[in-house]
Every structure is written in structure tokens, then in C-alpha cells.
Design a protein around this ligand. Structure first.
Ligand code: HEM
Length: 402
């Protein structure tokens, strides 16, 4: 299956996505500029809108139009449907992400599964039919979400293309070419499609928002970052994919350090396909193994003073970086099932950060809690958003907008 879509993540295809990604980065910046004086911006909501739009367009071939028109323009119509339709979709998607928790605040069946895994499935089967329960709400929400995704798939199935530019078209083409109904059953395509939305939106949005949150608390980092971005060239010059990779070494360090500080996907799981020995423990076939990327990222042996935000620790010339174990920092996972969207995400995040920092710097709103409160799940979230105030950059000086 990975083979059917892998070409969409190759450098040549990613380079062709720059104009699309840039247009949503510009919408993000426009939404920042729309804020009134002394108005707090929920930056994490804006980055989520951007990330959903980017995946909508590049993976589904659909314009969700969430970032181009924020909540103040409710009457706007878009290509996907009307505004209520889109906000319904967004709400269902958000609810679905939020309920992907693995703690006692999740549904009863999930909590029960933590103590007695064998009871989880039968318990869920019963509770999902009882209105008022968490399991019922999740089930109903997922049903509605599936219906919306099915509608997108049905629409795209009728559009034939020989040169698929998005994920869904590539999957539908592979089915047409004879990969067969068996492999690409309807449910499987739906699950894969939703996986893209799930895996590629909150992770990217969270990382962009947490990077800006951290940079705005560290003026020395901000100064260095702005110098790098400004010295690249005039604001209107959009970096190419190659320039994004080679001309922004400090931005790379800042994003890596932000991902270490707040690891968007703190846990990844594997099931052993045979008996293995790990660290002296023998695990029988079929055991679940959880790798805690977020814990690795705070290991003081690999990252001295792990609670200090210091992008320079990722400078390739510094001793700390040279000494570090090659697998100490793996926010995109590792091995054959590692994140397929890593390059995609880096390209999108760097374009967005370059664009917003060309026009703004940010300070925490007085309402921003400290320390930052996080919501733990398969993907990390912000409990109360990232509330910032923007300062418009004018040529070489900064003029306060707040
Ligand atoms: C900052 C952004 C992102 C982070 C931190 C992230 C992180 C991860 C991690 C940790 C995994 C699990 C890897 C493992 O099990 O070893 C994963 C899997 C995956 N990611 Fe990402 N991801 C990001 C963005 C994206 C984007 C933008 C896309 C799609 C465009 C994407 C698509 C996927 C898919 C499809 C998988 C499952 C791969 C498989 O099972 O073969 N991710 N990601």
C-alpha cells in the first residue's frame, strides 16, 4: 500500500506543492493581521485550520477553505459545501482527535481497556448503543465523519485522472489499475484517507504553534531566526524546496528543538511479529511495545538540561549534537513504519514559519497560562490553546500592534 502513494512524498512531487502550501501560509498570516488591536489570537486554532486546508487540498483534492475564511465570515460558501457543513466537519474531526485519548478522561470502554484489555471491545459494543455515554457520542461522531469522508471519496471516484496529484486520486487510480477491490476495499480506502487527515493535521499544527510559543519566550532565539529569514531575501521571494532545505539551518534547529521540547506524537506502538528480547526482557509474539518518543526527548544524557529550550544543541558542529545517539531524537518515529509525511510536514512548517516571521513577531497574551498546559493523547494538544499577540514588523524595525 505504501508503494501506491510513496511517489506523492518524493521530493519532486513535494516541490510542486509549494505554491499550495504557501497560499495557506499566507492565509495564516492574513488571519493574524485580521486581529484587532489588543486582541488575543488563538494561534493554535489558526495553525490547525491551515494544516487541515493543506491536507484537504494535497491529500483529498478538496478545498475545505477553513483558513481563508475564519469564523467571522460564516456566510461564505466554498467548494466543499457551505460554512456550516465545513464547521460541522471540523468539529467532528476535532472531537474525533480529542477522544483519541488513553487516560481516564476518555470513554468508559477506553478507561476499562487500560485495566482489563479483553473487556474493552465487548464493553464498547454495548455502550455505543446507549445514548448519553461517551462511547455512544464517539460512535455517533465517527459515523458522521465516515459519511462525510465517503461523500468526498464518491465524488473523487467519478473524476478520472492519469496524473494523480493528491493522495486520494493515487489510491483510486491504484484500485483502477487492478490492485483490486480486495486490497482497496471501500472501508480500507476510507480508513487510509482519514489516516492522512488524522496524521497530517494536528501534528503539524501543534508543532508550528508550539515553535512560535517557544520562540516568543526566547528573544535571543527570535533575533537569530529573524536574521536568517531576513537575510534570505525580499519578503515576496518564496523559497524553493531546495532552498528550504539548505538555506535555513537555524530554522531547522529551532523546529527540531521545538519538537524535542513538545513532542507532537509522544508514543508509537508496535506489535511483535515473533518472540524478541529487548533490554533483557523476552517478549512473546503478539506483545504490544510502546516507544515513548516524548520521554526519549527529555533524556538528560542525550540532551543536557533537557528543560531548557536551546536550538543550538542541534547545530551539526556542536559537541552535544556530535555525541548524541543517532536515534535519540526521532519525533517522526523510526523504521519501515516511520512517518511517511516527514518531508511534507517540514516543508509546510518551514514555509509557514518563514512567512509569518517575515511579517510578525509574537508575544504571549496576558491570558496565556504558564507553564503551558497540555492534553495528552496519541497526538499532543494544548488544553487552552496558544494565545498570542502579534507585533507587525515594518522593514527593519518593529512597530507594536498591541
Ligand atoms: C510535525 C508533524 C508530524 C509528526 C511529528 C509526525 C509523527 C509521526 C509519527 C511519530 C508516526 C508514527 C511512526 C512510527 O510508528 O514509527 C507517524 C506516522 C504517520 N504519519 Fe506522521 N507526523 C507528522 C506529519 C505528518 C504529515 C504531514 C503526514 C501526511 C501528509 C503524515 C502522515 C503519516 C502517516 C500516513 C503515518 C503512518 C505511517 C505508516 O503506518 O506506515 N504525518 N507520524
Amino acid at each position: 500500500m505504501r508503494n501506491a502513494i510513496i511517489s506523492l512524498y518524493q521530493p519532486s512531487h513535494l516541490a510542486s506543492l509549494i505554491p499550495t502550501m504557501q497560499s495557506y501560509a499566507e492565509s495564516l498570516s492574513l488571519n493574524v493581521s485580521n486581529a484587532q488591536e489588543e486582541e488575543d489570537i488563538d494561534f493554535s486554532e489558526l495553525t490547525l485550520r491551515m494544516a487541515i486546508d493543506v491536507i484537504g487540498k494535497t491529500a483529498f483534492g478538496v478545498e475545505f477553505d477553513l483558513s481563508k475564511h475564519t469564523t467571522s465570515q460564516k456566510s461564505h460558501q466554498n467548494h466543499y459545501g457551505d460554512r456550516d457543513e465545513v464547521s460541522g466537519f471540523l468539529n467532528q474531526h476535532m472531537y474525533s482527535i480529542e477522544t483519541l485519548k488513553m487516560d481516564l478522561s476518555s470513554s468508559f470502554s477506553t478507561s476499562l481497556g487500560l485495566i482489563a484489555p479483553v473487556l474493552q471491545k465487548p464493553c464498547r459494543e454495548v455502550l455505543k448503543r446507549i445514548p448519553g455515554t461517551g462511547d455512544y457520542k464517539i460512535y455517533q461522531n465517527n459515523r458522521k465523519l465516515c459519511k462525510r469522508i465517503d461523500a468526498i471519496i464518491a465524488k473523487r471516484s467519478n473524476e478520472r485522472t492519469h496524473d494523480p496529484k493528491d493522495f486520494l486520486a493515487a489510491v483510486l487510480n491504484a484500485r483502477e489499475r487492478g490492485a483490486g477491490e480486495k486490497l482497496f476495499s471501500h472501508n480500507y480506502i476510507r480508513a487510509l484517507t482519514y489516516e492522512q487527515l488524522l496524521a497530517g493535521t494536528k501534528t503539524t499544527a501543534f508543532t508550528v504553534a508550539s515553535t512560535v510559543y517557544l520562540v516568543s519566550k526566547h528573544p535571543e532565539v527570535e533575533k537569530k531566526l529573524l536574521q536568517e529569514i531576513d537575510s534570505f531575501g525580499p519578503r515576496q521571494v518564496i523559497p524553493t524546496a531546495e532552498e528550504l532545505q539548505n538555506k535555513f539551518p537555524y530554522l531547522d534547529q529551532v523546529v527540531k528543538e521545538a519538537m524535542r521540547f513538545y513532542t507532537a506524537s509522544p508514543l508509537v506502538a508496535r506489535e511483535t511479529s515473533r518472540q524478541v528480547e529487548i533490554g533483557g526482557y523476552v517478549l512473546p509474539k503478539g506483545s504490544w511495545v510502546w516507544l515513548a518518543l516524548g520521554v526519549l526527548a527529555k533524556d538528560p544524557k542525550q540532551f543536557p538540561e533537557p528543560d531548557v529550550f536551546r536550538p543550538e544543541r542541534f547545530d551539526p558542529t556542536c559537541d552535544e549534537e556530535k555525541r548524541r545517539h543517532p536515534y535519540a531524537h526521532i519525533p517522526f518515529g523510526i523504521g519501515p513504519r516511520a512517518c511517511i509525511g516527514q518531508r511534507f510536514a517540514m516543508q509546510e512548517m518551514k514555509l509557514a514559519l518563514i512567512h509569518v516571521y517575515r511579517h510578525y513577531i509574537f508575544r504571549h497574551s496576558p491570558k496565556m497560562e504558564f507553564p503551558l498546559e497540555l492534553e495528552y493523547g496519541l497526538v499532543l494538544g494544548f488544553k487552552r490553546g496558544v494565545k498570542l499577540r502579534a507585533i507587525k514588523r515594518v522593514l527593519n524595525r518593529c512597530s507594536m500592534r498591541i
